[in-house]
Design a binder for this molecule. Structure first.
Ligand SMILES: Nc1ncnc2c1ncn2[C@@H]1O[C@H](COP(=O)(O)OP(=O)(O)OP(=O)(O)O)[C@@H](O)[C@H]1O
Ligand SMILES: [Mg+2]
Length: 318
């Protein structure tokens, strides 16, 4: 039997996702909370837990605020993720979602996170070096960077991961994404907004998206996956391009859909699936997350059943 792939996912800007339900939510008045749910979150955390959920051995690296670390520790124990995070002074930031089922509104309040220094990031890198000392197959770099850190960090980590022999997956936006491209990550998964910001122009249709993805592949990115919410995703590598359109499904919450897609891409690559089947699998993961409240996946059989409902078609990109 082949040895299990060694995977590290990185979460430098974790968050506590708190969702509260407030019927008739109004400013300037007393509001009653009827339900509340608190989840350990952040993109790298979600990807790690999703990969562990389908049976992979995953180490989660990154930063957590010491004051709120217990919530994460419990979550890692429950999902089977190996915790190699570095704890810093203060609390991990909270992202508060206020859902008003009567008015149909969703209000987001995103708190600032703890202050982070380059010494903290050095400690994270040392934890990753220790975890990768026996070899590394996959490095997943997910999410935004805490304020104050240079945007070049993902470029440096991409180079570091590839030196360890790992394939590097990057899911971020803005300057950290733009800066990392020169280091040529193996897989990137921008959504369409993130891709438009990267190339500096809006894209009116799927042909424009596929063409922009093709330019990134020509520049040396192995696989470019552009997700487009309910319209699905476009996957492009050096050989082919595919469109994966999800069925019309009820959405319990969109939290973690993109992260589930990233986990599905890694899972498919580990299974050695061709790109059209990768498109189906990754979309199945995303659909699994959409059916759950908070960053959760259903059991693997359900993910497979959802994947079978995805329509995958080749794109003619010349
Ligand atoms: N409303 C929806 N209906 C059906 N499928 C959806 C819907 N929203 C998202 N998806 C699926 O999830 C995938 C990823 O979603 P999306 O493009 O919103 O990612 P994202 O913007 O990166 O999300 P995130 O906020 O998690 O980073 C899509 O490609 C699609 O397959
Ligand atoms: Mg995303």
């Amino acid at each position: 039997m082949a040895t299990a792939p060694r995977i590290i996912t990185l979460s430098l800007n974790s968050a506590i996702d708190q969702t509260i339900t407030v019927p008739g939510f109004a400013l300037d008045s007393v509001n009653r909370v009827v339900a509340t749910q608190t989840d350990a979150g952040g993109k790298g955390v979600n990807v790690a837990c999703f990969l562990a959920h389908v049976g992979h051995a995953v180490a989660l690296a990154g930063l957590l605020g010491r004051d709120t670390s217990a919530l994460f520790t419990r979550h890692f124990a429950a999902t089977g993720v190996t915790d190699i995070t570095v704890h810093v002074h203060g609390a991990t930031r909270t992202n508060l979602k206020i859902i008003d089922p009567d008015g149909g509104s969703i209000t987001d309040l995103n708190f600032p996170g703890p202050g982070v220094s380059t010494a903290d990031v050095d400690a994270v890198l040392r934890s990753m070096e220790r975890a990768a000392s026996g070899g590394l197959d996959w490095l997943v770099l997910s999410g935004s960077l805490p304020a104050g850190l240079p945007s070049s960090i993902y470029a440096e980590l991409t180079t570091w991961g590839q030196k360890q022999g790992a394939r590097v997956v990057l899911d971020t936006s803005g300057a950290p994404l733009a800066d990392a491209l020169a280091a040529r990550p193996d897989i990137i998964k921008p959504n369409q907004d993130e891709l438009e910001a990267l190339v500096g122009s809006p894209m009116s249709d799927q042909d424009a998206v596929a063409a922009a993805a093709g330019r990134l592949v020509a520049d040396g990115i192995g696989l470019v996956v552009v997700s487009r919410g309910p319209e699905g995703a476009i996957l492009r590598d050096r050989h082919s391009a595919w469109l994966a359109v999800p069925p019309d499904v009820p959405v319990a919450s969109t939290v973690g859909a993109g992260d589930a897609m990233v986990a599905g891409l890694v899972h498919a690559a580990i299974r050695g699936l061709p790109l059209n089947e990768t498109a189906r699998q990754a979309t199945g993961f995303a659909l699994g997350a959409l059916g759950e409240i908070g960053p959760r996946l259903p059991d693997p059989d359900r993910i497979e059943a959802l994947a079978r409902q995805v329509t995958v078609t080749p794109l003619d990109v010349g």
